[in-house]
Design a protein around this ligand. Structure first.
Ligand SMILES: [Zn+2]
Length: 469
């Protein structure tokens, strides 16, 4: 038996199609932490041997680290595997177009079991291409269906999927999950925004999927056409592509607008296109405090490392998110640094799941983190503070400019006025100073002045490089 066949057998051994009750199956969702570790180690050992056998890129890195087939058998062994970052793949793709050699997929296997090819755009000369097989599609469908079940989506309910069915892996993964769960799907990603809003009162979808920015905009469009979004029977919003669903004030704004429960779903094109993070109804139902987003740990290994030393940080501390994929035939990559800040808790959840939770979801990209006056700020810090001030509008911008010296940057926050017409710039600035601990300039603008987004919103503008122009 080849290493690939042993890997695929290890993955399939732990597929529980259910149902014990729908798509809940305790063997996946609620094993003890010790049993979860056993499942991870079994798949990890098989994934390592598969990469060693079939990926020249990984074999070279493993050999440089002194590893041989059979070297990695436990989570402790995993620390011997070098961490890979996005840029590490570029020279390999340049030297071996179009696929590079990091994927262990053979030409023969690809020809016999193809599904789809996704690409990332970016500043590099060649796009990074990701092939996925029918095995990968089936695993995406299963994992996404489990996440959708966790959100409370049920078979037979109509779902409006507002993600664009282009290169967006979220659109396809969630689509396959909805089909697997038995939900009719309205592919709304390519509809003009007005039509998307107009179909909701007619089709009455129970579930709407989109970015938090897009779903705020969509709800406002529904209001503009004279309907109340909260009265149209939408039960569940599934949010991906932005962190807002785990940011309390944004989540509450969406809940109030749609009268629905709001769930965070996150992944990563390179390594975990099926949901890596997914909320449960216990977490989504919290009325205060930070939302914990479960990590599908029977299918991935998550490490939280210091971004400089790459040493593990204690549970509860922030670090960079490093993921090993334990399910994909085309991309069983080990120790990929996603470049996102994360903070975990692994105590039992009220929902019964034993999978660890990311407190507040993904906290922001390592390279989007700002250090101002000795304090560290994530884009979500501003989102949380601004949206917690009742009476302001939905849209805002944060602009950072070079100040008199490094660490003395000037911040300007531009916010649309909302229902509370008595709020002044001085009053908002003073509230923000209390919430985030630094002085910021505030400009209030009339509603509709800032651009609306039907997809990912751009709310953080870094103008430090423009100094002196
Ligand atoms: Zn839970």
């Amino acid at each position: 038996m080849s290493a690939r066949d042993r890997f695929l057998a290890a993955v399939r051994k732990h597929l529980y199609p259910g149902p014990e009750a729908g798509l809940w199956n305790a063997a996946c969702e609620a094993p003890s932490r010790a049993r979860l570790r056993e499942i991870q180690q079994e798949k990890l050992a098989a994934a390592f041997d598969y990469l060693f056998e079939a990926s020249p890129f990984y074999r070279r890195r493993f050999e440089e680290a002194g590893l041989a087939p059979g070297s990695i058998r436990s989570l402790d062994d995993l620390r011997r595997v070098p961490v890979t970052r996005k840029l590490d793949w570029i020279p390999d793709i340049e030297a071996h177009p179009p696929w590079g050699t990091f994927s262990p997929l053979t030409e023969e296997r690809w020809r016999d079991h193809p599904w789809m090819i996704f690409s990332t755009s970016g500043t590099t000369r060649r796009p990074r291409l990701f092939r996925h097989t029918t095995h990968d599609r089936d695993l995406w469908a299963w994992m996404n269906a489990r996440a959708l079940w966790s959100y409370g989506v049920r078979p037979g309910e109509i779902a409006l999927n507002c993600f664009y069915y282009g290169a967006s892996v979220a659109a396809w993964g969630l689509h396959e999950g909805l089909v697997r769960l038995g939900c009719p799907v309205v592919p709304g990603g390519a509809m003009p925004p007005e039509r998307r809003a107009a179909v909701i009162p007619y089709l009455r979808p129970a579930t709407i999927l989109g970015t938090p920015s897009g779903l705020l905009t969509l709800g406002r469009r529904v209001q503009e056409q004279g309907d109340d979004p909260a009265a149209l029977g939408v039960r569940t919003l599934v949010c991906a592509g932005e962190p807002g669903a785990a940011v309390g004030p944004t989540k509450r704004r969406l809940e109030a607008l749609w009268g629905a429960s709001v769930h965070d779903d996150f992944g990563c094109t390179e390594i975990a296109m099926a949901p890596l993070g997914y909320t449960c109804r216990a977490e989504a139902g919290k009325t205060d405090g930070e939302v914990g987003v479960h990590l599908m740990e029977d299918a991935v290994i998550v490490e939280v490392l210091d971004p400089i030393t790459l040493e593990p940080v204690p549970v509860g501390q922030r670090g960079t998110l490093v993921v090993s994929n334990l399910y994909s035939e085309a991309a069983p990559f080990l120790r990929f640094d996603m470049g996102d800040w994360i903070q975990l808790r692994d105590d039992p959840c009220a929902c019964g799941r034993t999978h660890a939770r990311a407190v507040g979801g993904l906290l922001g990209r390592n390279d989007h983190c700002l250090k101002i006056k000795g304090l560290q700020f994530f884009p979500s810090t501003f989102e949380d503070a601004i949206r917690s001030i009742d009476g302001l509008g939905d849209e805002y911008r944060v602009e950072v400019r070079a100040g008199a010296a490094p660490g003395r940057e000037d911040l300007e926050i531009i916010v649309e006025r909302g229902p509370d017409v008595a709020l002044t710039e001085h009053c908002v600035a003073s509230r923000l100073r209390g919430l985030i601990g630094i002085t910021v300039a505030v400009t209030l603008v009339e509603p509709g002045r800032l651009p609306r987004s039907d997809g990912k919103g751009v709310r953080f503008v870094d103008r430090r490089a423009e100094a002196g122009r």
